[in-house]
Design a protein around this ligand. Structure first.
Ligand SMILES: Nc1ncnc2c1ncn2[C@@H]1O[C@H](COP(=O)(O)OP(=O)(O)OP(=O)(O)O)[C@@H](O)[C@H]1O
Ligand SMILES: [Mg+2]
Length: 412
């Protein structure tokens, strides 16, 4: 420790052992100063009969601190790298994406788990975010939710098994604009989603996958009930973990025919999710929802029931499956923007406006609505009316839906 009445700065003191003369010349270049030791620091030591040396401790603190920060960074990085899956275990072509989303690219390939007892590679899906802040934020949220779901549920139940994170090495070519980080899941099914089944008119096949039979005309009541039940069970599981998905739509629901666990629908794409059970509601401020399926409140409100956001989206998917003339994605989006949005997002209001002729719509859709509101489909209409409401306080929750008359009678 140096105590000098005239000390100006210590920054120019050489960062090594130095002689008293050197110290004096730095601290007081214009004249001699007195340097004295404090009793707490042994600044002066006898060095083998030679001149007494000064150990300047204060300036030495800086380089030592820098060194330890560097060491910390290195060990942190080692730790992070240790958490990544080994790139050598993957067999994936990262310069051609299997599917391109708005915020990332998805690749299909194989992964051989080096520590598993299985010696054959398993099919996996890797999702890399676009190289931007938004892509990175969605990625982090998706990772958070998957880690949470994985630790709460056994593998591949209603969500694909999350395997881990991959850092693609610099020498591996990747498509332009995506980050070298990727989330890895076990690939289940062929990758086909509910959207694929609905738009390619494989409705009958979907009904058999869901093990629901029945009449498809004029309203697909049994199919609607099957889809409603599966989606409500997914959202109920999410709710148990505190997760609000916020982007439930047919493209984000995988269809797995002959699923060994008997759960043919699985939810994916958790980038827009929010963890309602964390103290600061992780993910609350950022979501990229589909404007057609998004609940009318758009944002989650701390003072309103959050989990009902997903119930609204399920209601629209069920409506799409139930009514033949709303099955096309364009027909549903027109129904939302020209119908529901004009009737304060109330299904009851929109039905009565269409039937009374106050709201113009195609004759085919009007006939579908007329059939749906007939006594024969009263249970389906009732559940849709409680799911599709503007105010989440008035909306049914998943348990209400699972206890609904429709599900009670369709699955006796
Ligand atoms: N575990 C999985 N098993 C099989 N296929 C999957 C799996 N996960 C994703 N897929 C396929 O990848 C497609 C895209 O996945 P996902 O919805 O997660 O990304 P995205 O919509 O492209 O991304 P984003 O909307 O965040 O830009 C799915 O439609 C599905 O075909
Ligand atoms: Mg998606």
């Amino acid at each position: 420790m140096i105590d000098s009445g005239t000390a100006r700065t210590t920054s120019a003191i050489p960062e090594r052992l130095c002689t008293l003369e050197e110290v004096s010349s730095v601290l007081a270049p214009n004249g001699p100063i007195s340097v004295r030791c404090t009793s707490t620091t042994p600044d002066f030591r006898q060095t083998g009969g030679r001149r007494r040396m000064a150990f300047i401790t204060t300036p030495h603190l800086l380089p030592r601190l820098r060194k330890s920060q560097h060491q910390n960074a290195v060990s942190k990085r080692r730790q992070i790298v240790a958490n990544y899956l080994s790139p050598a275990s993957f067999h994936i072509n990262f310069d051609t994406a299997s599917t391109n989303g708005n915020f990332g690219a998805v690749f299909f390939g194989q992964y051989l788990d080096p520590v598993s007892e299985y010696t054959t590679p398993q099919d996996v899906v890797v999702k890399c975010p676009i190289a931007s802040d938004l892509g990175r934020q969605l990625y982090n949220m998706e990772k958070h939710t998957n880690v949470k779901l994985n630790s709460n549920f056994s593998t591949d139940q209603r969500f694909p098994e999350y395997i881990g994170e991959l850092l693609i090495p610099r020498d591996v070519p990747v498509i332009q604009g995506i980050s070298r980080l990727g989330l890895v899941w076990r690939k289940i099914g062929t990758g086909e989603t509910l959207e694929d089944f609905i738009t390619t008119s494989r409705i009958t096949q979907l009904a058999s996958i869901l093990r629901v039979s029945g009449n498809m005309r004029p309203v697909r009541r049994e199919l609607a009930a099957g889809v409603l039940r599966e989606l409500c069970l997914i959202v109920r599981d999410l709710q148990l973990c505190g997760i609000v998905h916020r982007d439930i739509k047919p493209e984000n629901i995988l269809v797995v025919p002959n699923d060994s666990g008997g759960t043919p629908l699985k939810a994916i794409d958790f980038g827009s999710s929010c963890d309602w059970k964390t103290p600061f509601k992780k993910g609350l401020r950022l979501a990229t929802c589909d404007p057609v399926y998004m609940a009318p409140e758009k944002r989650l409100d701390l003072f309103k029931p959050a989990y009902r956001f997903d119930v609204y989206s399920i209601g629209l998917i069920v409506l799409r499956c139930a009514l033949p003339n709303l099955t096309e994605s364009k027909a549903l989006s027109d129904f939302v923007s020209n119908g529901l949005a004009k009737c304060r997002f109330s299904f009851e209001r929109v039905c009565s406006a269409i039937l009374s002729g106050r709201l113009p719509c195609s004759e085919a859709v009007r006939q579908d609505i007329k059939a749906l509101t007939s006594p024969q489909y009263n249970d389906l209409y009732a559940v849709l009316a409680t799911m599709l409401t503007e105010d989440p306080n008035d909306r049914a929750n998943v348990d209400d839906c699972l206890r609904s008359r429709l599900l009670q009678s369709a699955f006796v």
